[in-house]
Design a protein around this ligand. Structure first.
Ligand SMILES: [Zn+2]
Length: 63
């Protein structure tokens, strides 16, 4: 995994951080302590994005 010196976007501490990419092209960095939480957050975000785009492409309309 790619690591670099930076600031963790979850706890805001300066540390060695890993980059997490979002499906929409954005990304955040997390330190080792926040990595598990970061993975979950990013996965959840990406699932919701995929879900939304599936609904739109299927002609989904909100009630
Ligand atoms: Zn952190």
């Amino acid at each position: 995994m790619f690591t670099t010196q930076g600031v963790c976007d979850w706890c805001k501490k300066a540390a060695q951080v890993t980059r997490h990419d979002y499906i929409d092209g954005k990304y955040h960095h997390s330190c080792e302590d926040c990595q598990e939480r970061a993975k979950l957050d990013v996965r959840q975000f990406n699932l919701e994005e995929v879900d939304l785009s599936n609904k739109y492409s299927a002609g989904y309309q909100a009630a």
